[in-house]
Design a protein around this ligand. Structure first.
Ligand SMILES: [Zn+2]
Length: 420
């Protein structure tokens, strides 16, 4: 994800930068006609008006006081405002309503301490609105490079089809940046999958190499760039470094790199979808290592950025990809198997015998094999670790992962308990 995308995400109430992994966010360049642009700006103006109205109402609210006016109260006010102002009434009610919902969520985030206080939105700076209850037929592909999206009161607006649209799009946000460019970001949360009800528990160990291992003994291989593709990528990057800034050649090479990266990314996303669905279907409880994936990715990225050493560059690249895929897998699992995923303290999982519980560093014979020095139990080292994870305790740090049996909000961004 590019820095600009992250910055944009922060503008989404209730959606922190780290949530970018949880909810599929795909951003595309929107290509409205001049007429449509007028309509889009109207939506943005209405959304901003409602938002600022809510900011005003909450201006005197301080943490610790009793509840601020909630969404229900504001919804009543929206009805009144629409009755009073013809220009507001002429706009889309769902857009205006959503602005209030977004604000209510931003306020909850502020109260919970995870976000800053929602503030005034300014014309020309915060031009955007959100549309919810988006159905599959609202997004269509026109040809290889273009698609169209249905915007209420505006009609079909074309956008550049630069990558796959995520499955299960529930909402989108339309924004205009200060340069006057329009973008659309689709947000999707996968549908939850019912537990099999067999009581089956699985542990997933993040492998050292390019795989994850299940306590059942199965090995999962994250698709990384194939050898030839990887060599090509490295070659292109080197050529890019030699190009003059602003040259046509540079633009062309950049496009080739982006294309290659997008293809690999699609492949990984497909993999994550398949694996998470499969695990959610087969097991009641899925236990994973408690890892700080964000940090791992970041350090690996630093390695990629280091120029000159090709081998390290490639290794770092795949490590970053792997870490990212892992994070994505866990996020997806948490949505598809909501309330059934547990994070387990990963310490000593590789040194503990999954048969007798004896902890000894010597039991780890090598990278690949485990043989308990106490009971003699022998097993693949990763499978042994996965079994320990399957039997492990859940981490409750950073708040409960999911309230047991709690309601799961299906609308993206509205349930921060899913996001941390
Ligand atoms: Zn043992």
């Amino acid at each position: 994800m590019r820095r600009s995308d992250v910055a944009r995400l922060r503008l989404w109430p209730g959606l922190s930068a780290s949530a970018a992994n949880v909810i599929t966010m795909s951003r595309y360049r929107l290509l409205p006609t001049p007429d449509q642009e007028v309509g889009l700006l109207e939506h943005a103006r209405h959304a901003r008006y409602m938002w600022n109205l809510a900011v005003e109402q909450h201006a005197h609210w301080q943490p610790g006081r009793t509840s601020a006016p909630g969404y229900t109260e504001q919804s009543r006010q929206l009805t009144e405002a629409r009755a009073a102002f013809a220009w507001l009434r002429a706009g889309s009610q769902t857009v205006q309503q959503q602005a209030l919902r977004d604000f209510a969520q931003a306020m909850r985030n502020y109260i919970a301490g995870s976000h800053r206080r929602p503030n005034w939105r300014k014309a020309g700076v915060h031009e955007g609105f959100r549309q919810v209850a988006v159905r599959a037929e609202h997004v269509q592909r026109l040809n290889r490079h273009h698609g169209q999206v249905w915007v209420p009161k505006v009609g079909w607006v074309r956008f550049r089809w630069t990558r796959r649209i995520p499955d299960g799009v529930k909402s989108y946000r339309v924004t205009r940046d200060r340069a006057g460019r329009w973008h659309i970001a689709f947000a999707a949360i996968p549908t939850p999958i019912p537990a099999p009800g067999t009581g089956a528990v699985v542990g997933v160990d993040r492998g050292v190499a390019v795989s994850a291992t299940l306590s059942t003994g199965e090995r999962l291989h994250v698709p990384v760039l194939a050898g030839a593709e990887q060599r090509r990528l490295v070659r292109l990057r080197r050529r890019l470094a030699r190009c003059r800034r602003g040259s046509n050649r540079r633009t062309k090479i950049k496009a080739m790199i982006a294309h290659l990266a997008a293809r690999a990314k699609d492949r990984r996303k497909d993999w994550v979808e398949k694996v998470s669905t499969d695990l959610a279907r087969r097991f009641d409880v899925i236990r994973v290592e408690h890892l700080r994936v964000k940090d791992m990715t970041r350090s690996a990225r630093g390695t990629v950025a280091e120029p000159g050493r090709r081998v390290r560059q490639k290794a770092g690249l795949n490590r970053a990809i792997l870490a990212h895929a892992w994070g994505l897998l866990v996020s997806r699992l948490e949505h598809k198997a909501a309330g059934r995923v547990e994070r387990v303290v990963a310490a000593y999982t590789s040194q503990t015998c999954s048969a007798c519980g004896h902890v000894a560093r010597e039991s780890r014979e090598s990278q690949a094999s485990f043989r308990c020095v106490a009971c003699g139990f022998g097993c693949n080292a990763d499978v042994n670790a996965a079994r320990n994870i399957a039997a492990g305790r859940a981490v409750t740090a950073r708040g409960a992962l999911q309230p047991p049996g709690g309601a799961v909000n299906r609308e993206p961004q509205l349930d921060t308990s899913l996001i941390w």
